[in-house]
Design a binder for this molecule. Structure first.
Ligand SMILES: [Zn+2]
Length: 153
């Protein structure tokens, strides 16, 4: 099973927890934007928790195997979990945020920080899109299978 060194994060982890590899190994620009947003959200009483951030390829592979058994086929699992070769979590460029008050806050304010929801079916999954600061977030994909980045494995 994957441990903290592979990117598993303990309950209660926040975007400020530098000692947790799942946070520390995120892209520095993404992490910087998250911390700016989290500081502003905190002024409104909203805390950002990290459900998942950076993941090792081994951890991603484990999550994919679990998803295949949960959803019944690789095709169904692909709607929720990417392969180690395509996941933006493995490259440190994606974060899954909780709880629902934090995702609601980001849905309203995230674009101003370049933080965008990418997939319609994953309201918790955010990536950095710096152009969103001026132009708003790009249209979402319905789910990851519609994302051209997910086509190669
Ligand atoms: Zn995600």
């Amino acid at each position: 099973m994957a441990g903290e060194a592979d990117g598993a994060v303990p309950d209660g982890t926040t975007v400020f927890d530098d000692e947790i590899p799942g946070v520390a190994n995120l892209d520095p620009d993404l992490l910087g934007a998250l911390r700016l947003a989290a500081a502003d959200a905190a002024n409104e009483g909203v805390r950002f928790f990290v459900d998942s951030g950076w993941r090792s390829p081994e951890y991603q592979e484990q999550l994919l195997r679990e998803a295949v058994s949960k959803y019944g086929s690789p095709e169904q699992a692909a709607r929720w979990v990417a392969t180690p070769g395509t996941s933006a979590h493995v490259s440190g460029e994606a974060i899954d945020i909780g709880h629902s008050d934090a995702t609601a806050w980001l849905s309203e304010h995230g674009a101003a920080y370049g933080l965008c929801q990418i997939y319609g079916n994953e309201p918790w999954h955010y990536e950095l899109r710096p152009e969103a600061i001026d132009h708003g977030c790009p249209a979402m994909y319905a789910d990851p299978t519609r994302d051209p980045r997910m086509q190669q494995r």
